[in-house]
Design a binder for this molecule. Structure first.
Ligand code: GLN
Length: 549
């Protein structure tokens, strides 16, 4: 039924394996094949939900509420498909399944071992999506670097699958680095040779070698890599640094990565790549007509990966608006009443990011107040919405002690409170309100103007919520709930009625933004920032005109 492509990585991490895998998947999809893509991660956490973003970047949440690796975000953004729990598997999850089975007695007294029991479970999951009959090709990205102790069982599983399945049902793409040595003025192939050797020692031979490089690979170099690594010269692919990740599918198409894989898999029924929409998006991205500056307030700002989906959603929304979105990091811990105007000067919009814990919260609230009072477009996501609610309660409703019980469990005005279903939960992993929930939108509101729909579905990852006890008070004073969960009445969207653009959402709209369907909230936020910028410039030129006369 389905064919399988495995993508491994050598030499070092951070080579962009996820992007290469997603690009290959995109090309195959553009040729009319039904494609999905999954990631196998060698760490022992059952999922990345409990990982600090500093460790592993953002935790990406799927429709079905799985907390997954951020590469799944790339897969969805590139392919415009939904992934699920089945698309991200860790060593922890594999072991958990095997150990649970052992406890049930399912192994009938056998000694449970890495081979065959762990590798069998890995293989079962590698084939699972392919067996649904929904896909022609399943790409599997193996996390980590070949040669790591942790990735051994995964490579062993690939080896066994290659042996078990017909020759033309599997292909292995190995991504490596060709470093440039400045002093020698040379690209060096030795690390690649070693990493392919290591992979071969583990029993897997690559069909394609994709070489990350800062300089073009000459035909001689390709020949040398091919010869020493025992792959055909045309299967040595150059992956040069690209100005944006969205260029990579086109670069891989020029290198014929897709055709080489199709040939290995003996797939003959495919068409010319259909990438019109993709190219239109790239054109708009590369030739913006205007520019806005957005302040991103969060606490993991040193690490770009921590807010990956938000940054990508800005890129999608910027392209729609033909506007370059310049995102600047604003550290909330250093914002005070005295410096807020200066810290936020020059911004055309403010986004308060999702987050957990009390660090930097007061600075966020101060920034929200500034945006509310100065007509600065404001967009709050999850914790960002909660901050907007607290600010409004304190400074407009006069509830001075207002807070979230996450930060102050003893507050007398818990405007943000733990959801009922969360109150008795103690385990941390996978226990938040996760995944897609419907949200009813109130006609006539800003949210309705943005979505142009009465019901939407967006993804969640939180434990706290707006406390409906206060809703009447908020709405009477100009902050309204424009989106609510139809079943539970949980508030999903809060917005100001007397502000050009001030909206907070309890969910994560960034998670559903893709190249082909950018998130409406981001698109409209950037449009509002553009307007703000235009007005600012008009005011500036009016002032200079006045001074000149
Ligand atoms: N800490 C908040 C909560 O759990 C917000 C979570 C978030 O921003 N993802 O409700």
């Amino acid at each position: 039924m389905a064919k399988y492509i495995f993508v491994t990585g050598g030499v070092t991490s951070s080579l962009g394996k996820g992007i290469i895998a997603a690009s290959l998947a995109k090309l195959l999809q553009s040729r009319g094949l039904r494609v999905t893509i999954q990631k196998f991660d060698p760490y022992i956490n059952v999922d990345p939900g409990t990982l600090n973003p500093y460790e592993h970047g953002e935790c990406y949440v799927t429709e079905d509420g799985a907390e997954t690796d951020l590469d799944l975000g790339h897969y969805e953004r590139f392919l415009n498909i939904y992934t699920s729990q089945a698309n991200n598997v860790t060593t922890g999850r594999i072991y958990q399944t095997v150990i649970n089975k052992e406890r049930e007695g399912a192994y009938l007294g056998k000694t449970v071992q890495v081979v065959p029991h762990i590798t069998d479970e890995i293989k079962r999951r590698m084939l699972e999506l392919g067996k649904t009959g929904q896909y022609d090709v399943v790409l599997t990205e193996i996390g980590g670097t070949v040669g790591d102790i942790e990735s051994l069982p995964f490579v062993e599983a690939v080896r066994q699958l290659q042996w078990e399945l017909p020759e033309e049902d599997t292909a292995v793409v190995h991504l490596t680095l060709i470093p440039y040595l400045k002093a020698a003025k040379e690209l060096k192939t030795k690390p690649t040779q070693h990493s392919v050797k290591m992979l071969s020692q583990e029993g897997v031979h690559p069909d394609v070698i994709v070489c990350r490089t800062e300089r073009p690979l000459t035909p001689d170099l390709r020949r040398k890599i091919g010869l020493f690594c025992n792959v055909k010269q045309e299967a040595v692919i150059e992956a040069a640094d690209a100005p944006t990740i969205y260029e990579v599918p086109l670069a891989m198409m020029r290198e014929k990565l897709d055709l080489i894989c199709l040939k290995k898999l003996n797939i003959t029924d495919y068409k010319e790549p259909e990438l019109t929409k993709w190219k239109e998006f790239l054109d708009k991205l590369n030739y913006p007509k205007s520019k806005v500056t957005i302040g991103l307030i969060g606490k993991y700002l040193e690490l770009q990966d921590a807010y990956k989906s938000i940054l990508e959603a800005f890129i999608h929304a910027g392209a729609v608006n033909e506007c370059q979105v310049h995102v600047v990091n604003v550290h909330s811990e250093f914002i005070t009443d005295d410096n807020v105007a200066e810290k936020l000067s020059g911004l055309d919009g403010l986004l308060v990011a999702p987050g957990f814990g009390h660090r930097g919260v007061e600075g966020k609230i101060t920034a929200v107040k500034y945006a509310r009072e100065n007509g600065l477009p404001f967009f709050g996501i999850c914790l960002g919405m909660q901050m907007a609610v607290i600010e409004f309660a304190r400074n407009v409703l006069g509830l001075k002690d207002a807070h979230s019980t996450e930060m102050n469990p003893d507050t007398s005005e818990p405007v943000i409170d733990l959801m009922d279903e969360q109150k008795n939960i103690t385990a941390k992993g996978g226990t938040m309100r996760l995944g897609a929930y419907p949200c009813d939108i109130k006609p006539g509101t800003l949210a309705y103007g943005i979505y142009e729909k009465e019901t939407v579905s967006e993804r969640h990852r939180h434990r706290w919520e707006f406390n409906n006890k206060y809703l009447g008070q908020f709405e009477r004073s100009g902050m309204v709930a424009s989106g609510k969960n139809p079943g539970s009445n949980l508030v999903e969207i809060m917005e100001l009625t007397n502000h050009p653009f001030f909206i907070g959402v309890q969910y994560h709209p960034e998670l559903k933004s893709t190249v082909e369907s950018p998130a409406p909230l981001f698109v409209h936020f950037i449009a509002a920032a553009k307007k703000f910028d235009e007005k600012k410039n008009e005011a500036k030129s009016a002032l200079s005109d006045a001074l000149a006369h």
